[in-house]
Design a protein around this ligand. Structure first.
Ligand SMILES: Cc1cc2nc3c(=O)[nH]c(=O)nc-3n(C[C@H](O)[C@H](O)[C@H](O)COP(=O)(O)OP(=O)(O)OC[C@H]3O[C@@H](n4cnc5c(N)ncnc54)[C@H](O)[C@@H]3O)c2cc1C
Length: 518
């Protein structure tokens, strides 16, 4: 298997390097390389121009989150006449308004605050340090607004139109848009549904957005709560745990599964668990919430702990972070041949559903992770395919995961267990950041980089990072997996010194027992 994949890779590299020279092209007029194919980057898209236009638009996109807006911009770049339908009066979706961006603003502020708190160790005398929460929230809102306007600008630049209203698939080539009781129609040869997701709640527990919160309402709290219970230790749960722990709240996490960040490698979960407990975050795993009762002090949460005993905890606020459900209701998909399962839409290789010309992208897609960057690439794949250009297929194990709690987590590919369960003969290596000088300079040298590889040829199967800048140095891990690199390829790569990133070099070498810094 590996032999074939290496051969394919080498063939592809050679073809991409030599083909342009043979036919007299320079890299700047190459459009894209994919599995040995090279296409011309024509300024105007041939298929869209050549075909007789029967509909007003080539592409109509329902939803302007990262899946929708990126698809729209790329469609515009490819010369496809594109319209986006968005129910909200602004562009950007969950990610920009109540997800990735606002949470990362708060995480950044929490990190800066931690640095000040730790000032003495850095040689600074810091006194009178106070959080002006209103100003923190105002900066978050300013950043969100700036980037939402940025999408509007990019739409204009790429001649993408957008219209506000509820978009609904009305059959092949037709979308209706409803706003203030009025319905209008759009005709488009291809339709992308990118309607996103919303927070799930637990049976019998309804968020009131004052005491029982979701990822939306927790961003609007007028004050930092003194105590906070978070139900769910996935990415959203642990990020908010980090934020509010840094800002001084007593945080407790309740997780039904046996470990925190359950999709990560088991050693990463154990490391996060250990570090969070050191920061005085209480964690109850294998613990199922039974009831939530509001009272004068906030909420009382009863749960069955891992020994089967019922315990009750009290807190000012409760955050539900128990996953996200797809928003496919009332989008008209039931009128199509698209196959739905618990609201998620099944798609083929190029994100097309079972109904020709109808595509599904992002958080509503069955079997792919609910991540902004996954949604973005899915949108690109769909419109590239629509434009008649060579498009990649999404490979689930090549999608990076980034969790921005402190310590950060970055991972891609198979965990050690997944690799063993898949039948690989596995060899792992691990480099602790304690041996990395830049991590020490940053005062943040907990955690490690773990490499999961295939024993015989050294193919890299997965990389799991917990520690400083994990979400940034993940870039190299993503490149290795996408280029099907081996341990030996990576051991020959020179990493700049001193960087946190050079830990990757030690981690690859540790698979062969040849690490330097530990
Ligand atoms: C707290 C939190 C933090 C997160 N952090 C990260 C992160 O750091 N990195 C990451 O990769 N992912 C993160 N995510 C996940 C990320 O936000 C989603 O994966 C991403 O937003 C999905 O993009 P999407 O385009 O599919 O949908 P969305 O972003 O949900 O956008 C869907 C859009 O469609 C609109 N819409 C829905 N139905 C209709 C309709 N019928 N008509 C018109 N418009 C409609 C909605 O108003 C919305 O604007 C986070 C999520 C949360 C909740």
């Amino acid at each position: 298997m590996l032999g074939r994949s290496r051969l394919r890779r080498t063939g592809r590299r050679l073809f991409v390097r030599l083909a342009p020279r043979l036919i007299g092209l320079t890299p700047s007029n190459l459009f894209e390389r994919d599995c040995g194919e090279v296409a011309l980057n024509l300024p105007v898209l041939a298929p869209a121009e050549g075909r007789i236009r029967v509909a007003k638009y080539d592409v109509a996109i329902i939803g302007s989150g990262p899946g929708g807006y990126v698809a729209a911009i790329r469609a515009g770049e490819l010369g496809l006449k594109t319209v986006v339908v968005e129910k909200d009066p602004f562009l950007g979706g969950t990610c920009l308004h109540v997800g990735c961006i606002p949470t990362k603003v708060l995480l950044h502020h929490a990190e800066v605050y931690d640095q000040f708190k730790n000032g003495a160790e850095l040689g600074f005398e810091v006194s009178g340090l106070k959080i002006n929460w209103a100003n923190v929230l105002a900066r978050k809102d300013k950043i969100v607004k700036k980037h939402s306007k940025g999408i509007e600008f990019l739409f204009k630049k790429n001649k993408v139109e957008w219209v506000q209203g509820w978009g609904k698939y009305e059959g092949p080539g037709r979308v209706s848009v409803e706003k203030d009781g009025k319905k209008t129609a759009i005709e488009a040869s291809n339709i992308l549904v990118v309607s996103g997701s919303e927070a799930k709640s637990l049976p019998g527990i309804e968020p009131d957005h004052k005491t029982i919160l979701t990822n939306r309402s927790i961003l609007e709290l007028p004050e930092i709560p003194k105590t906070l219970i978070i139900v769910g230790a996935g990415a959203v749960g642990v990020e908010f745990a980090s934020i509010y722990n840094s800002f001084g709240a007593q945080v407790t996490i309740l997780e039904m599964l046996p470990r925190v960040v359950p999709v990560e490698d088991e050693e990463v979960s154990a490391e996060l668990d250990k570090t969070f407990r050191k920061k005085n975050i209480q964690i109850y795993t294998s613990s199922a919430v039974e009831s939530v009762r509001k009272d004068a002090k906030g909420v009382a949460v009863s749960f069955k702990d891992k020994d089967g005993k019922t315990q009750t905890l009290q807190a000012e606020k409760l955050l539900l972070a128990v996953g996200r459900k797809p928003m496919t209701e009332n989008c008209g998909l039931e009128k199509s041949k698209a196959k739905l399962e618990r609201g998620f839409v099944h798609v083929g290789d190029y994100m097309e559903t079972a109904e020709k010309g109808l595509y599904a992208i992002g958080d509503i897609v069955a079997g792919l992770p609910q991540l902004a960057h996954a949604a973005m690439m899915e949108g690109i794949v769909a419109v590239t395919h629509i434009a008649g250009k060579p498009a990649h297929q999404i490979v689930k194990t090549r999608i990076p995961n980034a969790t921005y709690c402190e310590p950060q987590i970055g991972s891609i590919g198979l965990t050690e267990k997944q690799a063993r369960d898949a039948g690989y003969s596995v060899k792992t290596g691990k480099f602790p950041f304690v041996g990395n000088s830049k991590a020490t300079i940053l005062g943040n040298h907990g955690g490690f980089i773990k490499v999961v590889s295939e024993e015989m040829y050294g193919e890299v199967l997965g990389i799991h990072i917990i520690g400083p800048l994990a979400t940034e140095i993940l870039a190299e891990a993503a490149a290795v997996l996408n280029l099907e690199g081996t341990i030996d390829d990576m051991m020959n790569m020179i990493h700049a010194h001193p960087t946190v990133w050079e830990g990757m070099g030690d981690a690859f070498a540790s698979v062969r027992g040849l690490q330097i810094n530990v």
